[in-house]
Design a protein around this ligand. Structure first.
Ligand code: THU
Length: 317
């Protein structure tokens, strides 16, 4: 399985399955091939949150766990030159990868492959500090993951991350029930990724147009929705209302943010009916992220989408 005798995947304080190790090997091989770096090799350590936290603190002065750290050999402080072909070290936290996988609704193998690709690209000189460099790295990552994904072990019992309280590192610091403006800002791309993911369940035999929505509750839960069409057309339910009704039917009535995405290259805005239904439960200030199929988005609010809404307050005499 390991074609590179020098290239090692070690585990420290965790156990990894054969499928998980294979996902990492597969990702390393794909990057080396695509970047024409065959013959070069990394050292990969799969570990737990405490170990990566200690490294993050000691080497980057960031006092919390993270998903992946990379240490290019040519930036090391060693006085000795790195051995020929050695690219450097990559450390991945498996528990963090596991959380991210379930939040994004894909397998742990997929997440490990993604983090390995990310770390490998860093070792090969890519970075994401400047916007131009970032888009170059993201494009590379996307292409590599698309290539690797079909070769990974199929996920058993894949589920959407729905109705699930966040367990992300920021939330640990904030307390589980505190959704702040800051945390919404930091989660924009996560909500949009989940809205894109939610599209996959769209039932659209008539329009062929898939829409996905991701609704974040004030209590920190996520509800995903897709559009569900009907032979009689008008009973069709939009993605946004599917997400909202799922949440309300589970007892959630306070909302913090909504992301919507579709198959279109244009931004996807909630239709008029959804705007009205959302305004029954959501404040005019609630942020709404309207994304396109590539994840680009514009940010607005429910009040921006439906000014002067008719609400229950308007029914008083
Ligand atoms: N659709 C949504 O799911 N959300 C919107 O905000 C706009 C429209 C769906 C309904 C229908 O299944 C398809 O898109 C075409 O109108």
């Amino acid at each position: 399985m390991n074609e590179h005798p020098e290239f090692t995947v070690e585990t420290e304080n965790i156990e990894a399955t054969q499928e998980q190790l294979e996902a990492v090997y597969e990702a390393v091989r794909a990057v080396l091939r695509a970047e024409r770096a065959e013959g070069r090799y990394p050292c990969i350590i799969l570990t737990d949150d405490d170990t990566i936290h200690a490294c993050n603190r000691d080497y980057r002065s960031v006092d919390r766990p993270t998903d992946v750290l990379s240490f290019p050999a040519d930036e090391g402080e060693d006085l000795l030159a790195p051995p020929d072909g050695f690219l450097g070290d990559i450390m991945i936290s498996v528990p963090t990868a596991e959380r991210q996988a379930s939040e994004l609704g894909h397998s742990l193998e997929r997440e490990l492959a993604f983090l390995t690709v990310h770390g490998m690209l860093h070792l090969l000189g890519y970075d994401h500090i400047e916007p131009d460099d970032e888009s170059r790295m993201l494009a590379r990552q996307r292409a590599l993951i698309a290539e690797i994904e079909p070769r990974l072990a199929p996920k058993d019992g894949a589920r959407f991350a729905e109705g699930k309280t966040f367990t992300g590192e920021d939330e640990k610091q904030m307390g589980p029930n505190e959704i702040t403006e800051m945390s919404i800002k930091e989660r924009k791309s996560e909500l949009i990724a989940l809205a894109l993911k939610a599209r996959e369940r769209a039932y659209v035999p008539y329009s062929g147009f898939r829409v996905g929505a991701c609704l974040l509750t004030r209590s920190g839960q996520l509800f995903l929705g897709c559009n569900i069409e009907n032979a009689a057309y008008s009973p069709t339910n939009c993605a946004e209302r599917t997400a909202l009704f799922k949440a309300v039917s589970e007892g959630e009535t306070e909302f913090a943010a909504l992301a919507v995405a579709s198959d279109s290259e244009h931004y996807t805005y909630p239709c008029g009916v959804c705007r009205q239904v959302l305004s029954e439960f959501c404040a005019a200030e609630m942020p709404v992220f309207c994304a396109n199929r590539d994840g680009s988005f514009i940010e607005t609010t429910l009040g921006g989408l439906l000014p002067m809404a008719f609400t229950k307050e308007d029914m008083g005499s």
